[in-house]
Write a protein that binds this ligand. Structure first.
Ligand code: HEC
Length: 109
């Protein structure tokens, strides 16, 4: 009895996870990014001034290879909610350019 209950929870949880992943993929699929363009935006927008060369950390936390999703990166960049980090409007940095930075941060980790 207890045995079946314990076993059925992970299964339901896995199904839930699979469902939410599909949902997330179809709803927030990032634009295709290009890492070498991303390196350029990263320097042009002075991300590197705070986050260090290649996002390795400096005056702000390391952001390369820290497991952030594209959605998390995009949300932070658009609305940093920070007294230190600026927010970037889509005129300043497009979704495509954020995707480029995302790929760049994946590639340099
Ligand atoms: C003036 C300094 C400054 C600049 C410029 C800056 N950041 Fe930040 N950023 C910070 C600081 C400080 C934090 C950590 C504190 C916070 O979240 O407010 C942060 C946090 C972040 C985080 C969250 C890290 C985490 O682990 O949750 C991301 C992602 C990020 N920055 C990306 C960027 C990108 C991309 C750019 C360029 C488009 C950029 N930042 C430009 C200072 C800066």
């Amino acid at each position: 009895m207890t045995d079946t209950v314990v076993k059925s929870i992970p299964k339901a949880f896995l199904l839930f996870l699979a469902g939410s992943c599909l949902f997330a993929l179809s709803c927030t699929a990032p634009p295709e990014g290009n890492g070498s363009d991303g390196a350029r935006w990263f320097a042009m927008q002075h991300c590197n001034g705070c986050h260090g060369k290649d996002g390795a950390g400096g005056r702000a936390p390391e952001i390369r290879g820290v497991g952030l999703s594209y959605g998390e990166l995009q949300a932070k960049v658009r609305n940093s909610g920070s007294a230190i980090m600026p927010s970037y409007s889509s005129e300043r940095l497009s979704d495509k350019e954020i995707a480029d930075i995302f790929v760049f941060l994946e590639e340099v980790k």
